[in-house]
Each structure stands twice: as C-alpha cells, then as structure tokens.
Design a protein around this ligand. Structure first.
Ligand SMILES: NC(=O)c1ccc[n+]([C@@H]2O[C@H](COP(=O)([O-])OP(=O)(O)OC[C@H]3O[C@@H](n4cnc5c(N)ncnc54)[C@H](O)[C@@H]3O)[C@@H](O)[C@H]2O)c1
Length: 353
C-alpha cells in the first residue's frame, strides 16, 4: 500500500529535546493542546497530524503556524503505511491521540465510519507506536463510555455501558489502547473528559450551535425534553488537564477529567438567550427556544468523580460565567472563522430517522 500524495512529508531534522505527535490537532481540543505545547516547550518538536476533516481548520493553529518547533502534516490515522513511516522516521516520544469522528448525532447516520476512524485508526497508531520507543501514549476518550447516568457519579472503575455508536466506538478504542498496555507494555494513559466548550469549537456541538443560532436571530433547537444535562468544562481547564496527565499521569491508568458545572440543555439555552438577547422574562426567553425530535437514544448525563486528577494537582479553575462570556465574545469577534455553516443548518432541523 502506498501513501497518498498529501501524506508524503519531509520534516526538517532539527535538534529538539523531545518530539510530540498530536493527532487531530486541527480540531477543537487538539488545536488548543498543540498551541499550549508549542508555546510551553520551545525545545520540543510538536507535530500536528490531521486529515483536515469538515470540522477542522488550520486557522485554529494561526498563533503557532510559523514557529520553528511546530510542523503540520496532513494525513489519515487509518493509513498504516503512512503512520508506520511517521513513527519510523520521527523519533516520537509522546503521542496525544485526539483524532476521531466526534459528533454523536453523525454516529447514528454513519456508524461504520465511526468504528473505522475511532477504532481502526487507534489500532493503527498503537501498532506503529508499539516498537518505536514511545514514552507516553495519551489516548483521549470520553465520559460517554459510562453510558446513561445511574444513581451516583462515575469513577474510573465503573463499567463501560456505551449507548450510541460514537460511545461504542470510543469504548472499543480505549479497550484496544489498554490492551496494548497490558499485553505489550506500550505506555498508555486513557483520559475521559466531560463536555468541553470554548473558542473555535465547530458549530455542530451544542454550545457553539446555540450561540451561532442566536447570532443569526434563530431559535435554539432543543432535542427532546431538553431535561438531559451535560457537564461543561472550559477548554483552558481541559488543556491544563492534558498537560498534567502528560507530566504526572501514571502509565496504564484511566483519568476522569470532570467538573461540577452541570446544566440541563434547556438551562444552557436559557443562559445563552438571557446573555445574548438581554432578556429576563421567562415568556420572552421561551420564544427563543424550539423543541425538536430527540436523538434515537439520549443519555441523561455523565457526572464524574475526578479524585485521581485532583491527586495529580489538577482542578478546573474557570467558572461557567467567565468561560461562557469569553466564548460568546470570541464568536462575536470571529463570525467568519467557520465559513461553512452546513452543520449548523443540518442540526437546526429535527433529526431524520
Ligand atoms: N469535544 C468534547 O466535548 C469532547 C469530550 C470528551 C472527549 N472528546 C474527545 O476528544 C477528541 C477531540 O475532540 P474534539 O471535540 O476536538 O473533536 P473535533 O471533531 O473538533 O476534532 C477531531 C479532529 O480529528 C481529525 N480527524 C478526524 N478523522 C481523522 C483521521 N482519520 N485522521 C486524522 N485526523 C482525523 C479532524 O480533522 C479534526 O481535526 C476526540 O477523540 C473526542 O472523542 C471530546
């Protein structure tokens, strides 16, 4: 099998103390982590590998694009020849694996694609990393692997009970990653975080979707009853959590990255309507909400116990009020960052079966 033309690369070999590979670094969380790594570790080489899927943008990397310790490579984690070649030639010390199909609603329509990218892509990376002397392979998973909320919060020992094709693919991927630790001593660490929000997130996710709809004077479309809740972590806190896991995380461990900031989706919409439309009367706020068909299955929430992360010295620091104010401000100042609003249109409509 040959590499596709856009997967051929030549990285200048300079003297760096470490090389970090970030997959999915042109997406939301990955781009914030890449920027943080490039700025925090000027003597490390940070390679951003991304396929540049519909939800990604190299504009996300503008602050570091000309830095000497940053390299972007366009490529697919599912391509074994390309990934093997990357590991054979780049002396990679640390891997952050963010690349994924990440939007739950799409997973109901394209389950095979989710399994392919999230499971096969992870296996290809793990396989290539196995014999290459990698010191840390940080596999980025999600709170959704726990499935629907039970009568108590989830700690890392709770069973995986994924309920949708996205969470099934993520649960399978993290089992695969942990099997490489157990069987091959590949130094894997798994993270499971709550919902993340902040500047530069693609429109399809709930916070930027509501903000963008309100910016266009459209109603917030709420799936089902809207009583389902999510825990919201600000992007800077999550980025800090990934730095902590890289520096202090114990190999073979799973870390919940959670927050107490829990909001029912209707409350999220109300908060955004109040702030962005300057309304306070309930009846006025209700006029900006439209209830649409629910997802085929909808988990009610994912409360996490994050004592293990707290033990490493990490805690979320940004309040919801501060985080959402900064996020709204960013979308106001950057209305053209995401030129393609197809996802926004698509998700304003009730879900098709
Ligand atoms: N956003 C959240 O709230 C959240 C919460 C918990 C966990 N996660 C996990 O964090 C990771 C990043 O999430 P995100 O919100 O930044 O996602 P995102 O959709 O913004 O970014 C995913 C990135 O992966 C890239 N990608 C997709 N398929 C690829 C492939 N085959 N090869 C190379 N690159 C590919 C895309 O181009 C994109 O840049 C995902 O693994 C997701 O499951 C996200």
């Amino acid at each position: 099998m040959k590499m596709a033309q856009n997967e051929q690369f030549a990285v200048t070999q300079k003297e760096f103390n470490k090389t970090v590979l970030v997959t999915g670094g042109a997406g939301f969380i990955g781009s914030h982590v890449v920027i943080s790594l490039v700025e925090k570790y000027p003597d490390w080489h940070i390679i951003n590998l991304d396929k540049l899927d519909y939800c990604s943008s190299l504009k996300n990397l503008a602050p570091v694009q000309h830095r000497a310790n940053y390299t972007f490579i366009k490529g697919d984690v599912c391509s074994p020849y390309f990934i093997n070649h990357l590991f054979e030639t780049q002396n990679i010390d640390i891997v952050f694996h963010f690349a994924a199909q990440s939007h739950v609603e799409n997973s109901f329509r394209y389950p095979a694609k989710f399994l392919h990218v999230n499971v096969d892509g992870t296996r290809v990376l793990l396989n290539a990393a196995r014999d290459s002397g990698v010191q840390r392979f940080i596999h980025v998973s999600t709170d959704e692997v726990y499935g629907d909320r039970v009568d108590r919060a989830f700690d890392e020992l709770c069973p995986r009970r994924p309920t949708n094709p996205y969470s099934v693919s993520k649960a399978t991927a993290e089992c695969t990653a942990l099997s490489y630790w157990n069987k091959h001593e590949l130094p894997v660490i798994v993270t499971r975080s709550n919902n993340v929000y902040g500047p530069r997130q693609y429109f399809e996710k709930v916070v930027p979707r509501f903000i963008s709809l309100l910016q266009q004077n459209k109603k917030c479309t709420i799936q089902g009853s809207g009583l389902q809740s999510r825990h919201f972590l600000y992007i800077d806190d999550v980025t800090e959590a990934f730095m902590t896991v890289m520096e202090k995380g114990i190999l073979g461990e799973i870390y919940n990255i959670g927050t107490n900031c829990e909001l029912p989706v209707t409350q999220l919409a109300r908060d955004l309507i109040k702030t962005m439309k300057g309304l306070s009367l309930d009846t006025d706020i209700d006029d900006w909400m439209q209830f649409v068909e629910d997802r085929p299955c909808q988990d009610q929430g994912y409360p996490l116990i994050s004592h293990k992360m707290h033990g490493l010295g990490w805690r979320p620091r940004v309040s919801w009020e501060e985080g959402i104010r900064t996020t709204i401000q960013w979308y106001k100042e950057n209305p053209h960052h995401w030129l393609d609003t197809e996802a926004l249109q698509q998700h304003s409509q009730p879900l098709r079966a």
